[in-house]
Design a protein around this ligand. Structure first.
Ligand code: GCV
Length: 721
């Protein structure tokens, strides 16, 4: 065989080209849940093709153009053929537009029905119009039409029948937000999926197509606002050169119904305004913020408003000037009020002076109830401490009758194995939303507090601290996408079950193969429980290594502030373990309504999943299972680890059902997760055993390493260090 050098070069080139085109089409997770792969069930494909023949969009706004494009692309993918856009209606037309723009729509959908869709909701209806079967997707506003189009595509993506549609859907919450903790240098605080997607350097001139796909993804799940920057804020973002960049992002997001918010550093008047003070009661400071608001709205006419972290973890705030949170929030609220802006003022505060970090937010904010302007929401983390794997609800929910509260969940898995562990967070979100605060008697759930219905608040909403970065698949762990998805879907309708949301997401993201869907759903629904058990069972919390918050370090006690050290949180001693928050302890339980307090204050009736949140319990205490507390702790640490092993095995069975890229990615991460569950279990139990002095119950495999070994591990490269 004769091979010339030129031939060899050509072959190599061809191979490289082939490989790179294979890479282009590889399933890298970029498309999220908007994959729009052609329906493979021939019968169903035919039924869909017979039902949809053309697209008609009534109107030409940027939002409706986005809707049209999404329908065209989505249907082309799903149906495997072009669906033409036509002005006239045909049999099989999809008619999208507001009722005001379409006489045909008005003919079939009454004013009352339209009213039920509200400002952002939509209606999807199959009708027979002059002998033609058509499907109407309508709303009171263009954005509702776009949401309706995404929902319609979801029906096909999840293989539902579209033959007789009669859907009305309206969001349960007004503000459905993401909070990015992205710094201007693109470092993402608690971000585990690369650097920030906001490329401040190339903005405003270069528009990364990712910005548009980000907006599409958010709109598809109903997210309607994003705070772009870290709550540990940099005042520079409020300067003109950055506002021009922010304005470009706002322009991109606007057609998708997404408003932009910025974090406001409280000391900005000093840092970028050259004032000598940031005292909120000072006239010059107030004028500075008023002028700043005017300038912002010049660049971004629909700017959403400010998100503020003040007097928390070293951030400046009104207390620096002897003022309170209401003084600070109201000053900013007054500045944005003329433009219908809002202020989201965070309640994540805790100080060294308090005898219990759990109590601090309530102690500072409860006395201020009624003092905030109407355009202020107090943004409260779901639990009283800090996004632990499981927390009881923050006592502020239900306690603030005259204040709008915004729920803050954390999508990024700071304390949940970050982007390495597979954890589906919807069950955790739902657990909090469904808990009864008893603030106005039985049925006063946290959900009813944050949707404003309990106290008739004018503003309401939910936000998630984003897990998005510039990793090709957006979230690092392929299953991290499910948590972004779940936050949006729950903010739209918190009555959806974790199972329903998982079902949708799996079908849209991976496959509709029934055995894959069933098995993956099982994995997802078990994952949070498993993680709680191998990390912090029975109400343990904050056992994480300082700084990185990744691995276990329950022994850690070297930080100057006691409430930053794990030993402060678990209080293990020779008698037992747990934090006494009853009257014999810090009495934090008193911050809850009496019915909630009663549920938790009795050691024997307290829900055991929260036991060590509220009680210091003897190692020998008899649990409901009949085991002693020590044995129960061992039982759960081992159970969590076994469950994650089970999940790993179940995933291995699924290889043939999906693409090899994502299968392998998840498989390899699961093998790390299994090892790390064992690490958590062994490190925690060996350490707690130094107090309990009780052997492991019979039948458990003994840790193969010593406590000294686990204590010697450190993570200089872990994010957060
Ligand atoms: C943005 C925790 C995190 C911090 C975060 C803070 C907050 O303490 O570890 O990184 O700071 O919460 O929510 O403000």
């Amino acid at each position: 065989m004769r091979y010339s050098i030129a031939n060899t070069k050509t072959t190599i080139l061809l191979l490289v080209l082939l490989m790179s085109s294979a890479r282009l089409y590889a399933e890298d997770g970029y498309d999220l849940w908007l994959r729009y792969k052609t329906v493979t069930d021939g019968k169903l494909l035919l039924a869909y093709r017979n039902t949809i023949s053309t697209i008609t969009v009534a109107g030409e706004s940027a939002t409706l153009l986005a809707a049209k494009e999404e329908l065209q692309n989505g249907l082309k993918g799903l149906l495997g053929k072009n669906i033409p856009v036509k002005n006239l209606l045909h049999n099989g037309s999809l008619l999208a537009g507001t009722a005001s723009q379409s006489a045909v729509t008005r003919q079939y959908i009454s004013k009352e029905e339209m009213a039920s869709a509200g400002g952002e909701g939509f209606i999807i209806r199959s009708v027979n119009h002059q002998g033609k079967n058509i499907i109407i997707i309508t709303a009171n506003n263009d954005i509702g039409v776009l949401y309706g189009c995404f929902h319609f595509l979801r029906l096909l993506q999840t293989r539902q029948s579209i033959s007789k549609l009669a859907i009305v859907s309206a969001p349960t919450l007004q503000l459905r937000l993401l909070n990015h903790w992205d710094n201007l240098d693109r470092y993402v605080e608690r971000g585990y999926a690369g650097i920030s997607i906001w490329n401040w350097h190339t903005l405003p001139d270069y528009i990364d197509p990712r910005y548009i796909d980000y907006a599409r993804a958010n709109a598809s799940i109903g997210i309607n606002g994003v705070s772009l920057t870290n709550v540990n804020a940099n005042a520079m973002v409020l300067t003109e050169s950055y506002l021009k960049k922010v304005a470009v992002l706002a322009n991109i997001f606007r057609p998708y119904g997404i408003k932009v918010y910025l974090t406001a550093r409280f000391s900005a008047p000093i840092e970028i305004g050259k004032l000598r003070t940031a005292d909120p009661l000072n006239d010059t400071v107030q004028k500075w913020w008023n002028d700043k608001a005017k300038e912002i709205y010049k660049w971004i006419p629909d700017f959403g408003g400010f998100l503020v972290k003040a007097n928390s973890e070293g951030q400046p705030g009104p207390q620096n000037y002897g003022r309170d949170h209401a003084d600070g929030a109201n000053m900013l609220a007054d500045a944005v009020a003329p433009y219908k802006g809002i202020v989201m003022w965070r309640a994540f505060v805790y100080s060294q002076q308090s005898d219990d970090r759990f109590k601090q937010a309530y102690a500072e904010f409860k006395p201020l109830d009624g003092k905030f302007r109407k355009n202020v929401l107090v943004q409260v983390k779901n639990g009283p401490i800090d996004f632990q794997p499981r927390e009881p609800f923050s006592p502020l929910f239900g306690a603030m009758e005259q204040t709008s509260l915004l729920m803050e969940f954390q999508i990024t898995q700071e304390y949940l194995g970050q982007a390495t562990h597979l954890v589906y967070e919807a069950p955790m979100f739902k657990e909090v939303l469904g808990t009864d605060t008893y603030a106005k008697g039985k049925g006063s759930t946290v959900a009813k507090v944050i949707d404003g219905s309990l106290y008739h608040n004018s503003l309401n909403g939910m936000t998630g601290v984003s897990n998005i970065g510039n990793d090709r698949n957006w979230t690092g762990h392929p299953f991290g996408q499910a948590n972004w998805y779940a936050l949006g879907r729950l903010a739209w309708d918190y009555n959806l079950s974790s199972e329903e949301i998982a079902d949708e997401w799996i079908r849209e993201t991976f496959s509709n193969d029934p055995s894959f869907v069933a098995a993956t759903k099982k994995i997802m629904l078990l994952s949070h429980k498993a993680l709680v058990n191998y990390m912090t069972p029975l109400g343990l919390n904050h056992l994480f290594g300082n700084g990185h918050h990744y691995g276990p370090a329950p022994w850690s006690n070297n930080l100057p502030r006691p409430d930053w050290n794990p030993v402060y949180f678990h209080k293990a001693d020779s008698f037992g373990i747990g934090f006494d928050r009853t009257v014999t302890g810090t009495n934090a339980l008193d911050q809850y309504a009496p019915e909630v307090r009663e549920q938790y204050e009795n050691l024997n009736t307290c829900d055991e999943k929260y036991l060590l949140w509220f009680h210091h319990v003897s190692w020998k205490h008899k649990m409901k299972s009949g085991r002693t507390l020590w044995d129960e702790l061992c039982y759960y640490y081992y159970k969590g680890t076994e469950d994650i092993k089970k999940i790993e095995q179940q995933w291995h069975q699924l290889e043939k059902h999906i693409d090899k890229e994502r299968f392998q990615h998840v498989r390899q991460l699961l093998s790390i997760q299994v090892k790390e569950a064992e690490w958590w279990r062994n490190a925690c139990l060996l350490y707690f055993q130094t107090f309990s002095k009780i052997p492991f119950p019979a039948g458990y495999e003994k840790p193969d390493k010593s406590l000294e070994y686990y204590k010697s591990l450190n993570f200089p490269y872990a994010p957060g260090n």
